[in-house]
Design a protein around this ligand. Structure first.
Ligand SMILES: Cc1cc2nc3c(=O)[nH]c(=O)nc-3n(C[C@H](O)[C@H](O)[C@H](O)COP(=O)(O)OP(=O)(O)OC[C@H]3O[C@@H](n4cnc5c(N)ncnc54)[C@H](O)[C@@H]3O)c2cc1C
Length: 422
């Protein structure tokens, strides 16, 4: 509801805010002219979605709020398998993976909608969605047999596919990796090397492994129970997730499990990383939305100096800055996803690096300001914001660090300048 008491200026009709706030408007001479009380104004939808997309978002939001909200923030590093099963039962796990392999057959745009929507309620569940990680690489580059074997169990929440890129001596500098694939005289392929920091190995039957073929970088699917694979160590990261190190010695890779190779292989593979970056942005935006929801609720509830702290301008401005950042990041992400959908191709590196960087940076800012709004309450161990803080920190490192995104952006700028509008 919008109560325009003493207020006639149409330009203020478009204020979108979800909790009661007093707005003071002044003339240019600084005289106070009137007060506007805004309460319960629902935010105007930021996207012009089709009826089907709107229904998708509403249905997924309904499931998430009903089924995931209660345990959100309490998974403590564990995979939220029951939530993934619920999504699978309702046909919302892997919405953008091909229908013939158990997915929803929708575009990546819909996957982004789902990831953000789920993330606003339960970031752990959004993190575990399969659309943008290793399964996307299988869907994009896999042989028929590989897609038939690996995608249906993932879409049914029965399996997970890890992605193994990082090595002890090759983190950001991916092209310096030592993991290699040798081709025997009979044409059989054998994989050797060492990977580290790989997420979700404990739940995964296989991983998409990045390795060097004789002709250059490529990717293959490797099963963990193959002879020659040795899991060396599991590490627990700051968020509580397990990341693993494993060694591979002459692990046989069937031809059907080759995803990309050849001179163009690496370039092709990078396209699936672009989707992963966009997925990361959806995860960060969903989490940031969840955090601002908490901060808003707390600001309305907590009273100091005889009034809700949310009525102090100092707190309003924090909330406004948080909303500004989240909305800008969301808009950029959907613009990129929508363009990719219309052009029917993966999004570009420059724009996905920008949105990956931006969404991760602002998530950390938003969580930090939410802690500030919560005061000592928000600084306690076990408080949801502690959990969000730890989660946010990892987003600036995983899937390419901030610095590497900046290098990519600067490289793209030097090559092509800032993209033109048309
Ligand atoms: C939560 C989480 C999950 C992960 N999951 C996986 C996974 O599933 N699979 C996987 O393979 N890996 C995973 N990783 C590893 C991740 O991909 C790497 O941590 C990341 O690529 C950086 O590599 P590094 O840690 O070795 O850091 P390094 O490359 O050693 O970098 C250290 C620091 O130096 C900076 N730096 C390096 N080069 C440059 C440069 N050229 N210019 C400026 N600064 C530079 C980096 O930005 C960083 O700040 C995960 C990491 C995290 C945090």
């Amino acid at each position: 509801m919008f109560d325009r008491t003493h207020h006639t200026n149409e330009q203020y009709m478009d204020i979108h805010i979800t909790f009661p706030v007093q707005q003071w408007f002044c003339t240019s001479k600084g005289e106070l002219t009137h007060t506007v009380i805004i309460h319960d104004v629902s935010i105007r939808p930021m996207l012009a979605l089709s009826d089907a997309q709107q229904m998708l978002v509403e249905t997924v939001r309904d499931i998430a709020e009903r089924e995931f909200a209660e345990n959100a923030g309490s998974w403590d590093g564990e995979k939220p398998k029951p939530n993934l099963e619920t999504l699978a039962e309702n046909g919302f796990l892997g919405v953008s993976l091909p229908e013939e392999y158990g997915g929803g057959g929708m575009s990546e745009f819909e996957a982004i909608l789902v990831e953000e929507t789920v993330g606003r309620v339960c970031p752990d569940t959004a993190y575990a969605l399969p659309d943008m990680g290793a399964p996307r690489a299988v869907a994009m580059f896999g042989t028929e047999e590989a897609k038939e074997q690996y995608l249906p169990p993932v879409c049914a929440a029965e399996d997970h596919l890890a992605i193994a890129i990082s090595e002890p001596e090759a983190g950001s500098d991916v092209t310096s990796m030592n993991t290699r694939i040798e081709e025997a005289d009979d044409g059989e392929l054998y994989l050797s090397g060492e990977k580290i920091w790989v997420s979700g190995v404990e739940e995964a039957s296989a991983a998409v492994v990045w390795a060097k073929f004789p002709e250059g970088l490529g990717t293959v699917i490797m099963e963990f129970d193959q002879p020659g694979v040795e899991i060396q160590q599991h590490y627990e990261n700051m968020f509580g997730h397990t990341q693993s190190q494993f060694h591979m010695e002459d692990v046989h890779i069937p031809q059907k499990n080759v995803l990309t190779r050849g001179p163009e292989g690496f370039k092709e593979q990078l396209k699936s990383l672009n989707w992963e970056r966009l997925g990361n942005a959806a995860l960060c935006n969903g989490t940031a939305a969840c955090v601002i929801d908490m901060a808003l609720a707390y600001a309305q509830d907590r009273e100091q100096f005889g009034q809700p702290i949310g009525d102090f301008q100092g707190i309003e401005w924090k909330l406004a800055d948080m909303a500004k950042q989240i909305q800008a990041s969301r808009a950029l992400k959907y613009q990129i996803a929508d363009t990719a959908r219309r052009e029917n191709q993966a999004p570009g590196r420059l724009e996905t690096s920008i949105v990956k960087l931006f969404s991760a940076e602002i998530l950390e800012d938003v969580v930090s300001e939410a802690v500030q709004i919560h005061g000592a309450n928000g600084y306690q161990q076990g408080h949801p914001l502690e959990y969000f803080y730890r989660f946010a920190r990892g987003r600036r490192i995983a899937a390419g660090t901030d610095e590497i995104q900046k290098n990519t952006i600067a490289g793209g700028l030097k090559e092509q300048g800032l993209p033109h509008l048309v």
